[in-house]
Design a protein around this ligand. Structure first.
Ligand code: ATP
Ligand code: MG
Length: 565
């Protein structure tokens, strides 16, 4: 490809609103442009990288036994009503109306469409298992679109769905997909990890996320320093054991704590450790209120709360709701003397507290000398807090450490979540109707592109792993006015063009500009026809290492092969 004929608008300046490296570099190197918040155009270089990633994805999906199809982005609301997600998906789902006033969603995901499709066509166990996938644009009106294409509102996803007549068959497909995903991210050159995840709103069971390790990742991975255990922090169970604090219990007493609301303030004011404080937060769990307790130095994990109650939605009660339900503002809430209709759930660690402190459900007052076992009534204990660094690993081996990750893929056993609601059933060997058992498997294709850049760049620009690079070679005549240089570069372009994808910089720019752009764009190998062109010598530069060498044209093909393969 001649550079003068394509469209690579590079920038010298770092765009002001791009916070992270991948976003900055993809803009600067002319790969992407924003149309509006969270919505991007992929320019020719990015399109090539996407095609390379998609090529790898297709090969691995086909190998796992899945067939490619292509489903509509525009989906009638009736399908989403059948699954119940028209209501539960919330404002992330983009909705629109046609000229007749019929409601539609722009596909945020395709469980509804594929389930209805397979439901209408597959009637017998003989047609199962069946695995289908597509690579398509998805729409999600994200609350905080950010980091460029890492979290967009319109993005490219590979989504696969499988249908089974037994859980064993689902397990088998899940393992195949798991292997395929590992292969895909390995072939993309990424440093990643598969972690145990939360099944969340999808409502299934087994699930793993594939995380690219990166400090800019929005997810925290809890992993064992001793074993292969790794889980999303949202999900990691806490197995720490607590024993009752050994001290004589004092008498429960109310203390004035004027305007001391936070755990820090209360602990400081009463001169006690945070571990002695009982944190009390009022949550709205679907349509009821639950007071959730943790130790003052622990964080309540709302996903665990959600799972404990099997709820669809869990959120902190608003100020008004808190006032109304508890008769007191947040900051002074506590588990003693709670209105009967409000349930209390506490993290296990709370149980061992003796001579602790909690809000008294009155403005400006706290209880001291709280003995959890003695004083808190009608309570259920469960694992409700976030795991912390230093906690024992849930698999019993080693202790927990944290790392940050970018979620690029997600494999998921859905079970019968959609098939039951949408009536997708088949006839088994005995002629009995059974709901299909399903799995779903997603990869953020455009997010993967950004994640690769996040892992592979230096101060000069992007450093593509060869498997996904938009071109293999960047061929540059240093001075377009020199006939020897342009002729030699043209010769290299012709001769190596059979075996490699080449970007040929035929622009009448200064050599310095071309070299800077070349480093920015990040192709694996640069070949320059420069001062020694009349000796038939070119200069090679390996982008990754910066290593340079002069090579005679007669040895070029061999040298390039050695470096690239
Ligand atoms: P996240 O927690 O990052 O919002 P998710 O759990 O909503 O992700 P899934 O519904 O599992 O994501 O979608 C499958 C894949 O699609 C994700 O693993 C991710 O790689 C990608 N993806 C999800 N949301 C976005 C987005 N807004 N922009 C780009 N890629 C996305
Ligand atoms: Mg999301």
């Amino acid at each position: 490809m001649k550079q003068s004929l394509t469209f690579i608008p590079t920038l010298r300046e770092v765009p002001a609103d791009a916070e992270i490296k991948s976003h900055q570099l993809l803009l600067r190197a002319g790969y992407i442009r924003q149309n509006t918040s969270g919505i991007y155009s992929y320019l020719p270089l990015a399109q090539k990288v996407l095609q390379n990633i998609q090529g790898i994805v297709r090969a691995e999906m086909n190998n796992a036994g899945a067939s490619e199809l292509f489903m509509p982005a525009m989906q009638q609301s009736e399908l989403w009503q059948e699954s119940g997600r028209w209501y539960s998906y919330g404002p992330e789902l983009m909705r629109l109306k046609d000229r007749h006033g019929r409601e539609f969603a722009l596909g945020a995901t395709h469980e509804e469409v594929i389930t209805s499709l397979v439901r209408d066509e597959v009637k017998s166990y003989k047609r199962l298992p069946l695995a289908l996938y597509q690579i398509q644009t998805k729409f999600r009106d994200e609350k905080r679109p950010r980091f460029g294409i890492l979290r967009g509102r319109e993005f490219i996803m590979k989504d696969a769905y499988s249908f089974h007549s037994s859980f064993d068959s689902l397990d088998e497909m899940y393992s195949k997909m798991f292997r395929a995903y590992s292969n895909i991210f390995e072939r993309c050159g990424l440093n990643f990890r598969a972690v145990i995840a939360d099944s969340g709103a999808m409502g299934g069971k087994d699930t793993h996320e594939f995380m690219v390790l990166s400090d800019v990742g929005e997810d925290t991975i809890a992993y064992s320093d001793h074993s292969g255990y790794a889980a999303n922090i949202e999900m990691a169970p806490v197995t720490a054991e607590y024993s009752r604090q050994e001290e004589p219990a004092g008498e429960l007493e109310k203390k004035e704590t004027p305007s001391q609301r936070t755990i820090e303030e209360v602990a400081g004011f009463l001169q006690i450790e945070k571990e002695k404080c009982i944190k009390s937060l009022l949550f709205k769990v679907d349509d009821r209120f639950v007071l959730v307790l943790s130790r003052g130095d622990h964080e309540i994990n709302d996903i665990k709360v959600k799972n404990l109650f099997g709820a669809r939605i869990v959120e902190l009660a608003t100020q008004e709701e808190t006032k109304q339900a508890m008769g007191c503002a947040a900051g002074f809430l506590g588990p003693i003397g709670v209105p009967e209709k409000i349930e209390i759930a506490a993290d296990h660690a709370v149980r061992s507290i003796v001579n602790g402190v909690c809000g008294a459900n009155e403005e400006g007052l706290h209880f001291i000398n709280v003995d959890a076992e003695r004083d808190i009534k009608a309570i259920q204990y469960a694992d409700l807090r976030f795991i912390r660094e230093g906690d024992p690993s849930p698999d019993g081996e080693g202790t927990i450490k944290f790392a940050r990750g970018i979620e690029v893929g997600h494999v998921f056993k859905l079970g019968t979540r959609y098939s039951v609601d949408m009536g997708a059933s088949y006839l088994d060997e005995n002629g009995r109707s059974q709901p299909m058992i399903m799995g779903c498997y997603g990869i953020g294709v455009s997010r993967t592109l950004a994640a690769i850049v996040e892992q592979f760049h230096d101060e000069k620009g992007i450093v593509w792993p060869q498997q996904v690079a938009p071109f293999d070679l960047h061929v540059i005549p240093a001075n377009m006015k020199s006939e020897a240089q342009t002729a030699l570069a043209e010769k290299v372009y012709q001769e190596l063009g059979q075996a490699y994808e080449i970007l040929f910089d035929d622009r009448p720019e200064r050599a310095g500009v071309k070299f800077a752009d070349s480093d920015l764009i990040g192709l694996p190998l640069r070949i320059t026809a420069g001062k020694r062109a009349d000796e038939d010598m070119v200069e090679l530069k390996v982008r990754k290492t910066g290593e340079m060498m002069d090579v005679h044209i007669s040895e070029l093909a061999e040298t390039v092969r050695r470096i690239l393969d």
